[in-house]
Design a protein around this ligand. Structure first.
Ligand code: GDP
Length: 483
């Protein structure tokens, strides 16, 4: 269940009105744990918390409940006086809380029945069960965080790699918002200058200077271009890098996958063509998540069993951010090596993902030189490895990160990682380009202002100023209960 669209809309419009109801949720994951946490937020949080809690020591009313301190005592059923659990409770007075409302956090024992009982008692005392992400939604509606920061919270919780975690943390702390706001401020500067002259034509407002308007729009576009430049790195840092290992049977693809993983996972056999299907594993290089796919074969075949594997391999190759075209350096190239390269070319087209040529089996005497291997994929960097002896793997990893992220500097600049943000930035940029063109064509300033408004609307979708109730619904539906 999500908050209804109308409710969210009303709330979004009255972002600074306090909420009248108090919500309760279990904040720890389902199942048994050492500790379980029940959270309350809203104007009745303290009253409900006090009704359910009996401190172990008498605390003078003048200092009770103490804010932002843990107090030891018991949760009791206020009707029967029955003790439900022994707990530590924190009363957190607004506004220095996650939601900016009064909050209570009850640290109980982590049994599902205990936690559910505490929630029931809170419901009976007047609380309402929280929706997924509703605490974070309140933090957003109460103006403590903007939408990118709320999304950052979720990305941080769900981060699958160290790089993804760091990126999410920066987003949560408002780094992305600040950059989007900078673009907004410039675009808004242009708009206000135009509108002032439209609204008060007779008064002392001079017509805006087109050069100044042009500068402001260019500033906004620069800011957006900077953000978009890091978007691909951002996506990779967040979602991980998809790497497909391709090559004819027996060149050592599975062995290479294992070497990159550092553990034996794919089945390695000396019989050609045993990796029938794609094998996918996850690893990390320099904190970046790596989705490694060992492909079976790319050539269409009549064998129905093989066909499935080939189809999967082709999909994996097409979707990869980077490909490792692997050859056996201890053998002369075969027709099959050429076939794999040709198939790959046909599959990727001209604008395909980058390719690294891996000359494997470097522990054996070399039968081909780099030029011969490179003829398979002109321009691709060549890396020598011995998957068997795990040699050259570090150099390969370095090359993978360099090719995929274009150097550490670009990765450090990455702030945009979600498709939603990238799309909105692109739209804002298109509208700004349209505004510039309108200005250049000396069309009436009203027309320029229409384009600028559309650009501001798109930027506002990112931070949440112009987010629709639908969008909020979709974003917060991804959250867990109690967050
Ligand atoms: P795939 O069919 O391309 O996945 O190749 P495998 O990883 O199954 O390896 C095929 C054979 O080559 C196995 O016997 C491996 O032990 C062997 N092999 C793989 N990598 C190397 C290597 O770097 N050096 C040597 N000497 N043998 C290797």
């Amino acid at each position: 269940m999500r908050p209804s669209t109308e409710v969210a809309q009303v709330e979004a419009h009255d972002a600074h009105d306090a909420h009248t109801d108090t919500i309760v949720a279990i904040a720890t994951p389902p199942g048994v744990g050492a500790v379980g946490i029940v959270r309350l937020s809203g104007p009745q949080a303290f009253a409900i918390g006090r009704a359910l809690f009996r401190p172990a020591r008498r605390i003078p009313e003048s200092v009770y409940p103490p804010s932002h301190l843990l107090t030891y005592g018991h949760i009791i059923d206020p009707n029967s006086g029955e003790i439900v659990d022994e707990v530590l409770i924190a009363f957190l007075r607004a506004p220095r809380t996650y939601t900016r409302e009064d909050m209570v956090e009850i640290n109980a024992h982590g049994g599902p029945l205990i936690l559910r009982r505490i929630v029931e008692l809170a419901l009976a005392a007047g609380a309402r069960a929280a929706q997924p992400g509703e605490l974070t939604l309140r933090a957003f509606l109460n103006g403590r965080i903007d939408l990118t920061q709320a999304e950052g919270v979720m990305a941080l919780i769900n981060a699958g790699s160290d790089a993804g975690r760091r990126l999410a943390l920066r987003q949560m702390q408002g780094d992305l918002s600040a950059r989007v706001q900078a673009a907004r401020t410039a675009a808004l500067g242009a708009l206000t200058r135009i509108e002032a002259s439209i609204d008060f034509p007779e008064e002392e407002v001079p017509p805006p200077d087109p050069a100044e308007l042009g500068d402001l729009m260019a500033q906004a576009r620069d800011e957006i271009a900077g953000l978009l430049a890091g978007a691909e790195s951002g996506r990779i840092l967040r979602e991980g890098l998809r790497v497909a290992i391709v090559g004819r049977p027996n060149v050592g693809k599975s062995s290479l996958l294992n070497a990159l993983l550092g553990v034996e996972r794919a089945i390695v056999t000396p019989i050609a063509g045993t990796t029938r299907d794609t094998v996918e594993e996850a690893a990390q290089i320099n904190g970046v998540a790596l989705h490694l796919v060992d492909t079976a074969g790319l050539t269409a075949t009549d064998d129905p069993v093989e066909r499935l594997g080939v189809e999967r391999s082709r999909t994996a190759a097409r979707e990869a951010d980077l490909l490792l075209l692997t050859v056996d350096g201890s053998q002369p190239l075969t027709e099959l090596d050429g076939q794999v390269a040709t198939d790959l070319h046909a599959l990727l087209g001209e604008e395909g993902a980058p390719v690294i040529l891996v000359m494997n089996k470097a522990d054996l005497p070399r039968a081909i030189n780099e030029e011969e291997a490179q003829a398979l994929w002109p321009g691709a960097p060549v890396v020598h490895t011995s998957a068997l002896e795990r040699a050259g793997v570090a150099a390969l990893e370095e090359e993978i990160v360099r090719m995929a992220l274009g150097g550490a500097a670009q990765a450090a600049d990455a702030l945009v990682s979600a498709a939603r943000h990238r799309d909105a930035l692109r739209r804002a940029d298109e509208q700004l380009a349209a505004a510039q063109a309108t200005l250049a064509n000396t069309l009436p300033l009203d027309f320029v202002s229409v384009d600028l408004r559309a650009a501001l609307e798109a930027l506002g979708e990112i931070t949440g100023e112009s987010a629709t109730a639908d969008l909020l619904d979709r974003i917060f539906a991804e959250f867990c209960i109690g967050k």
